[in-house]
Write a protein that binds this ligand. Structure first.
Ligand code: BES
Ligand code: MN
Ligand code: ZN
Length: 466
């Protein structure tokens, strides 16, 4: 405003641009300003700015800027408190990145040179790394299922984690069989693409605390299997590995930012397809943990995969477990497309995740886990069945199923079926993968998970419970 001789104040006076949240104005060749154009993005009333609106404002500016090719873009948001400033920066690095991976004519022109005015380097560094992790997860979700399947997911993850300080262990079919991962294998058996289980560990030097575990659902395509989905529900089912992408992105980010908290991530990678070798309705499968599962709907495959993934993590005695899964359409019915459902066996843990989400401007909301829902996953011929009695409360019955595989370890389940994928673009982000929950988990991991992370390993006895 100063440099332009008060032009911006005048525009506000004349009500050309009112600065309301999300309102945009692009000005060209302003005298007194060297930049070819200036994009104003409204943040609304100063006292009503939230982490979410800050992220969105950054994204809106970046998306407008990306509508054509530009040499460089400089963002200015240094007048905001640091937590909001950070979100503007992250948003500004996500908004220009689109889903048009395979278009010759791009709809968004990602600018190679993005800078921020008056931003201290530690903040810029955190923003760069956070956005890089989010954009990696978004890209994984956006890759089509003929390109991204269990084996290629592993290749991408290996590449992404190269020299990151995170080590990888890959279980192939033989190892999975050896390890009795029969539940995961049952879902995979309808596809000619072999499944994988990927274990990533981050162990910062000298850290003696017990790792936090994260599990991810990595169904690289979900046709529903014999309980086949109709076309309209199947078209976006490449997004069904978003939990796995989020989990890998989060451990990479934690390592990049040198967090003190050791972590272990496991993701179950399968395609849920349809063929003569499918798992069937009525099948009874013995999970790795030992509980038998009666399959009554092959489209409730995510929980079956996660049963074994959670058990693999449990064996490593983590201090707590978070799982991320595009698990149920029912969760989207309950909370809409923008909010993740959070469920678990530990109220305080759930509250910590909610608080972390609030801090970074993501939306999570708890659904109740009353024990009477257990009756709905009881089976007559096996220990448990993979669907509830009807469709009501489907997000909860799915979580209740998972609860069977975490014992008494504090566990928090994030159903991201809504927020992981945008069917339509938002003003601040293109359609497709969103990178949802990476910022929330990062925020939560920064505080070495308070009560959980402070448990130290008792070297001879395993976990020393305070
Ligand atoms: N991957 C789907 C859930 C989903 C739905 C993710 C919409 C993203 C958007 C999951 O495997 C599934 O099909 N769930 C079923 C469960 C039912 C058969 C109990 C569902 O939600 O209909
Ligand atoms: Mn399904
Ligand atoms: Zn699924």
């Amino acid at each position: 405003n100063q440099a332009s001789g008060g032009v911006i104040a005048k525009l506000a006076e004349q009500k050309v641009w009112n600065g309301k949240a999300g309102k945009v104005l692009e000005l060209h060749h302003l005298s007194g300003i060297a930049a070819k154009s200036v994009i104003l993005v409204g943040l609304g009333d100063v006292d009503k700015i939230t982490a979410a609106s800050a992220f969105q404002a950054g994204g809106i500016g970046a998306k407008i800027a990306a509508s054509r090719e530009r040499e460089s873009i400089a963002f200015a948001a240094d007048h905001l408190p640091e937590a909001f400033h950070l979100q503007v920066l992250v948003g500004s690095l996500c908004g220009g990145v689109g889903q048009d991976l395979f278009r010759q004519e791009k709809s968004l022109f990602q600018c190679a040179k993005i800078t921020w005015l008056d931003t201290k380097s530690s903040l810029a560094d955190e923003a760069n790394k956070t956005a890089a992790a989010m954009n990696w997860a978004r890209r994984m979700v956006n890759l089509p299922p003929n390109e991204l399947y269990p084996e290629t997911f592993v290749e991408h993850a290996t590449q992404f984690l190269l020299n990151s300080g995170v080590s990888l262990e890959v279980w192939d079919e033989r190892k999975l069989r050896e390890q009795n991962c029969n539940a995961l294998l049952a879902v995979a058996q309808g596809s000619i693409r072999p499944p994988r289980l990927l274990i990533a560990t981050y162990n910062p030097a000298e850290s003696k605390s017990v790792p936090v575990a994260i599990a991810g659902k990595g169904v690289t395509f979900d046709s529903g299997g014999l309980s086949l989905k109709p076309t309209e529900s199947m078209t976006t089912m490449k997004c069904d590995m978003a939990g796995a992408a989020t989990a890998i992105a989060t451990i990479q980010l934690a390592a990049a930012l040198k967090l003190q908290q050791p972590m272990i991530v496991a993701v179950g990678l399968v395609e849920n397809l349809i063929s003569g070798s499918n798992f069937k309705l009525g099948d009874v499968i013995k999970s790795r943990q030992g509980k038998t599962i009666e399959i009554l709907n092959t489209d409730a495959e995510g929980r079956v995969v996660l049963a074994d993934v959670l058990d693999v993590l449990m064996e490593r005695k983590p201090t707590c477990i978070v799982d991320l899964a595009t698990l149920t359409g029912a969760c989207v019915v309950a909370l809409g497309t923008d909010i993740a459902g959070v469920m678990g066996n530990d109220q305080e843990f759930i509250q910590q995740i909610q608080a972390a989400a609030e801090h970074v401007g993501e939306y999570v909301w708890p659904l109740p886990m009353y024990s009477f829902f257990n009756e709905q996953v009881a089976s007559k011929i096996a220990d448990i069945k993979n669907v509830g009695d009807g469709r009501w409360g489907g997000a909860i019955t799915a979580a209740k199923f998972l609860e069977n595989f975490v014992g008494t370890t504090p566990w928090c389940h994030l159903d991201i079926a809504g927020p992981a994928f945008l069917d339509k673009p938002k003003p601040w982000m293109d359609a497709g993968g969103t990178g949802s929950m990476i910022r929330t988990l990062l925020e939560w991991l920064k505080e070495p998970a308070s009560r959980f992370g402070s448990r130290k390993v008792n070297t001879s006895e395993g976990i020393d419970i305070p």
